[in-house]
Write a protein that binds this ligand. Sequence first.
Ligand code: HEC
Length: 254
Amino acid sequence: MLLRRFALLSAVISLSSAALLASPGGYTGRTLKTSTSGCGGCHGSGRNTGVTVAIAGPATVVAGAQATYTVTVSGFSGSGGGVNIAARRGTLAAVSSTLQLSGGELTHRSGVTVPATYQLTFTAPATAGTDTIYATGKTNGDRWNWAPNFGITVTPATGVDDGDGLPLATALAQNYPNPFNPSTVIRYDLPARMQVQLTVLDLTGKMVATLVDGERAAGSHTEQFDASRLAGGVYFYRLATPGGILVRKMVLTK
Ligand code: HEC
């Protein structure tokens, strides 16, 4: 009887210590947004350039909209991987179950097997401008490194119905940035699927680029316009749909 009770007690102890080991870990405030020491000091003295940390996702997000990004940590393999991800202005949220939000930043829950890919969402700030995603990643052992900072252009939001999330009318937004050199982003909204032609014209009305020529779905669309081969000056961009033609002006500074 005594022996049985002892066996039961030790089973309870080993269960609770297993729960302790699996408890969520994580470190924040360790990206280039706020720190120059990264995971160092505790995990090795400096960054290990054999570790690759990469951020991937859209380079342009409409103000207030959400987009999905991935952070990949590779270079060594094994268990004991972790990460810290931060944004300068926007809001981050975890998609992968290996991530958790802590003080507005993302970090791992416990040691993750590497190479590892972490998925997250970024909600752009309500006002247009630029933003940055930062990441610091650790592989097994005390090897860690920074990701190159990931720059995002946040374009202005206009004319979106907050009911079904689809635009109420066909609209052509002011390009962003403007003036620009050498590239800018043009956004247009479609209330329904339709035929679209988006072209760029010079001051004399001569077409210098075709950005879209085909059918596009309902919703907001963005096109990057690269003008590196054009001379500086005023240009027009023109959206032609079965519903009509919209034209706006932009300035290439060279
Ligand atoms: C203040 C010191 C400190 C900092 C800073 C720190 N860690 Fe740690 N970390 C520790 C300690 C202590 C442990 C526990 C050691 C152990 O479990 O052997 C640990 C454990 C871990 C583990 C768990 C290891 C495993 O095998 O489960 C991961 C993953 C981890 N850290 C990732 C990171 C990452 C990523 C950073 C930077 C973003 C970081 N740590 C920054 C102190 C630190």
